[in-house]
Design a protein. Sequence first.
Lengths: 426, 202
Amino acid sequence: MILSPDFGLLGAAKYTRQPLTANRGPSIFEIPEIVHKILSYVDIQNTVIPQEETPIRRQPLNYKHALLIHGDSKKAEQSLETTDLDSSKNFTTSKNPLFNCLLVNKLFYKAASEIISQNFYFSKQESFGKYLHTIDRAHTVQFQPKSFVLHKLFHAKQPCLDRIQMTRMNFQKLKWLELYMCPKLLPPIRFIFESSQTLEKLVITGSKVLDNDFLVTLGRNCRNLQHLDIRACEQISDFGIYQLSMYCHKLRLINLGRKNKGNSITDASIIPLVKRNPRLSTIGLAGCHISDASIFEMARHCRRLERLSLNNCPNISDSSISTVFNSHASYFPLLSVLELRFNYQLTDWKGVIEFKRRQESKNMIMLVEVCEQLMSRMRQQEMAMDQMVSQRIFSDISVWVNSHSEDEEQESSYLELVRRKRASDV
Amino acid sequence: MPDIEDDNQDQNNQVALKIGLIGDSQIGKTSLMVKYVEGSFDEDYIQTLGVNFMDKKIQIRNTTITFSIWDLGGQKEFINMLPLVSNDAVAILFMFDLTRKSTLNSIKEWYRQARGFNKTAIPFLVGTKYDQFIDLSFQDQLEITQQAKKFGSAMKAPVVFCSTSHSINVQKIFKIILSKAFDLKLNLDEITNVGEPILIFK
């Protein structure tokens, strides 16, 4: 078969409908394995599951803050602008050519629907509603999804999910369950039971209905969980986390950040959690009322920690922050993001500054996110430290230039040279 | 300015200074560099093709000073590599042969060229082969010394006469560089009399 330059997947349909000459053998588009491979690539290249983008840096709080971070006014303005654009980014899923593949022929239909059914995702109320209408009809795609993602369906109500539960969709292959900012939705327990062996990633953020009971069931069933992001789920408290920590020991990411009800997450659950999850690489505890004790336990147990968010944790103090990061300790060898915004109670930044420099001297990128007031506090201490270093260098050099070092003793005096010259002249 | 970086892990401070050596051929630029870095002196002449480069590290208590010494071949055809040697240098040593007046006269042109690339480097005027210089007649010594002093004050540069083979004033050059770069007080007497190994730096 000759590939014309404008050869597209719809073009393929034209070819396969034509009778094939016998001596050529079957076209590659008739071999199921190859069609499956091709469509898998279409999937990889085009399917974008709606997901919150990981910010490279947090947006500065105000212009002055941006100025402190970036140094010059132009960059500061830019940093305030670009982040605005990112958050307004929309997901377009309707143009995915994988859907066109359904229309090519029976084989393509089978392969494409198999691939499509691996990922179940909606980010628009409207299209989710349309799906729910077709759900009862016999010919809808039979889902056995690896991922189940609902993104920002603020108004979706629980009956929607219950209805999906009634379909023939099954969750035995589910690895990733995400309800991102769908405040009124709680995954039916069937989801959890069926995916108990496979579920690795659970993201339920900003949920008003997620509660401790769910976490307990989750922990008891899904012991392979690695990624648990339950930010701004304010019904969750120490009890649920503690129960979960009894069963889940493979966690790599945990995020419990919140704005309200911070006092319901404390050392009581965080200490057992970090003790039993040495593989944690990301911990988010923004707004939680943990104390220094949790920080010390993290330092002892989480050697693989890369990102730690402690924004707005009113009960942590200098006593942990200045000691676990100081130059004599060697905790958190892999840490590269540390967030400490709004912790105005912290006054001693020497340890953090030393830690940042130590990581950077190992060629790691070390980002310390703080708010405006803390940043200027940190800068002041940084300058004072630099000044001390400079003074030390100056005094060291001053001693050397004015000392008679060993090298210098070899320097012969010119008088000696002249004496020797004269002796040889005679 | 010298780069200062602080490595807290072993409480060691690093200071790096780049120094350029410039002047006519066969003056002893490479010899001076090798003598300072390795402590050895070789009578044989090996022409420098292009640029030579050596590092000398000095450990003083908690501070490590690294002199990065760059030496440019004296032949005219290597002048296009002058920026390599003079850019970012903290000090540039303009060197001449105390026994050849013509090499002192070339300094003017070397200075003009190097200044074009680096206006902040501290200039030094360094006369080499002092051990042979003292064999010249007093008149010649007087003439060269006076001329060097005149150049030195015009360039606002310290003037040093040295002998690489006899280890005279070699170490002192680098101590003066440091004291100038960091504006430190240096407890060292100047030597200004004709016939003596000149050391003017104040």
